[in-house]
Ligand binder design. Structure first.
Ligand code: DC
Length: 230
């Protein structure tokens, strides 16, 4: 059967990764969370005092240390899902905390960070058979992807989903705090100079504010089958 590249882009916390993971599992493709890579760089920057307490970034120090950042995805033998490893350490959980979330947009707006991540992402997709989610996958990483999806949902719906997710993991956050983070990330993601978040002209748009997970999975699978059978 022919293998394709599937690019799923959209705003933060809009359920991209849920649908991307589910589809990848169903069709036997590799799933890559490109946001996890920017989060891993941010964690590295926090751990190496590249980001000051006031949020200022020592860009020159980060540039000189980029060669010391090794990001990999390794399959968890139990869940069969890829997990993010930074310099031989599993950081899958740590990269989702609030400190990383509050700093990741600024780190991911730095051109040399993006260039290194895009190069890595393109390598991962060389053999096709991949579902990758992010912000610029359909526009910059894989402009020739056979299936491109652009997912949206209102900021309030997305903030609530993230609050539920964090509460279920025992993290204590307020709706207001998360909504603020979602809105500020939307703004930075859409207005940055280097590959800003925007829908590719040939992407299919999905507003999932009022869809169940099952409904959105069905929608995506139908579009995948349409391409495979065409
Ligand atoms: O999807 P996420 O929330 O885990 O992404 C974390 C951050 O990384 C987000 O603020 C935007 C950035 N990002 C990006 O700039 N390009 C991507 N392809 C993926 C994520």
């Amino acid at each position: 059967m022919k293998k394709i590249v599937i690019a799923i882009d959209g705003f933060s916390s809009c359920g991209k990764s849920t649908m991307a993971k589910e589809l990848a599992k169903k069709i036997g493709y590799i799933y890559i969370d490109s946001g996890a890579m920017y989060r891993a760089v941010t964690l590295f920057a926090l751990e190496n005092n590249i980001i000051a307490d006031n949020g200022n970034i020592d860009v020159e120090k980060l540039k000189s240390m980029m060669k010391d950042i090794n990001i990999e995805f390794r399959l968890n033998p139990e869940t069969h899902l890829p997990e993010t490893w930074l310099n031989n350490k599993n950081v899958e959980k740590e990269i989702r905390n609030m400190r990383v979330s509050n700093n990741v947009s600024k780190i991911s707006a730095i051109p040399f960070v993006r260039h290194k991540m895009v190069e890595l992402q393109q390598k991962l997709g060389e053999k096709k058979g991949i579902v990758m989610d992010g912000r610029d996958i359909g526009t910059t990483v894989f402009p020739d992807a056979e299936l491109k999806i652009f997912v949206t949902a209102s900021p309030e719906v997305r903030a609530q989903r993230r609050v539920d997710e964090m509460h279920s993991k025992g993290e204590d956050v307020s709706f207001e705090e998360v909504l603020e983070n979602v809105k500020s990330r939307d703004h930075i993601d859409q207005t940055r100079e280097e590959s800003p978040l925007k829908k590719a002209d040939d992407a299919l748009e999905l507003d999932n504010s009022h869809l169940t997970i099952e409904e959105q999975d069905k929608w995506l699978e139908k579009h995948f089958n349409d391409i495979i059978n065409s």
